[in-house]
Design a protein around this ligand. Structure first.
Ligand code: ADP
Ligand code: MG
Length: 256
């Protein structure tokens, strides 16, 4: 019954034309994301991770090869996609609730239905008591929670997260990892997370794609065979630490 994978990336290459000539960001990358799978991408700064995410989001076109969503080549921005960037980019003059509702308004979702959904999402990300606060009244972590809720308002089939927690302190980041896990558990939305944190990638993912420096190529795809549901305690289990060590070695980190 070979159901089609949610995302198929086939021999994808992407270069940018710049004043100094061509910059090859992605070179011949192939991998699939299964439905409901959580995939993380790890790779050095500037290697082409955001470019990969933008191609999957339909914000950049491929130079060679193809990225497909549900078997169809991605040719432009997709309604089926939700994106969270590194900076939450909330609208200052809108409350948390109104920020979450923005895509619903743009997409013309029925207002009352969208409001109920938005309130549910704000509860899911732990912001029930902050729905009417403005961004300046929220911490960085809370703002990023609003951005996650906003990305989910239209029930996307694919959630793309581009280093969403990089600007946050370690404690907030750990909390948001647990929250993202809970969100994924509830929605089972196919997810692609770009991150620099090996523990974050291992904790959340079914598989971790490790990339080379630019142009991004796949070094290895590591299967994270930790049971689900994942718990915070797993982060200190020998199996977890073994995976951290294994990926660290692939990347070339030395542990002493
Ligand atoms: P990462 O997200 O892994 O840090 P990016 O995908 O943002 O990497 O960038 C990969 C390479 O492509 C970098 O060398 C960057 O300078 C270049 N690049 C990214 N976007 C553009 C663009 N719009 N025009 C020209 N070069 C770009
Ligand atoms: Mg990037």
């Amino acid at each position: 019954m070979g159901a089609i994978d949610a995302i198929e990336i086939e021999q994808l290459s992407k270069s940018y034309e710049t004043r100094d000539g061509e910059v090859l960001a992605i070179k011949d990358v192939s991998f699939n994301i299964r439905r409901s799978e959580f995939i993380s991408v790890l790779g050095p700064s500037g290697c082409g991770k955001t470019t990969l995410l933008k191609v999957i989001a339909g914000l950049e076109g491929a130079t060679q090869g193809v990225a497909k969503l549900n078997g169809a080549p991605i040719r432009g921005p997709q309604r089926k996609t939700g994106i969270v960037f590194q900076t939450p980019a909330l609208m200052k003059w809108r409350t948390a609730l109104a920020n979450v509702l923005l895509p619903a308004e743009i997409l013309g979702m029925p207002a009352e239905q969208a409001r109920v959904k938005a309130l549910g999402l704000l509860e899911l990300v732990g912001l029930r008591d902050f729905t009417n606060k403005f961004p300046h009244e929220l911490s960085g972590g809370m703002q990023q929670r609003v951005a996650i809720a906003r990305a989910l308002i239209h029930n996307p089939e694919i959630l793309l997260l581009d280093e969403p927690f990089s600007a946050l302190d370690t404690m907030t980041r750990g909390q948001l990892n647990v929250e993202l896990l809970r969100i994924w558990n509830e929605s089972k939305t196919t997810s692609l997370l770009i991150t620099h944190s090996i523990p974050e990638a291992v904790f959340l993912s079914d598989r971790v794609v490790v990339m080379t420096s630019r142009p991004a190529q796949i070094t290895e795809i590591v299967t994270i065979d930790l049971p689900r549901p994942r718990t915070a305690e797993m982060r200190v289990s020998p199996e977890f630490l073994k995976l951290i060590d294994r990926i660290g070695r692939i990347i070339g980190l030395e542990y002493v």
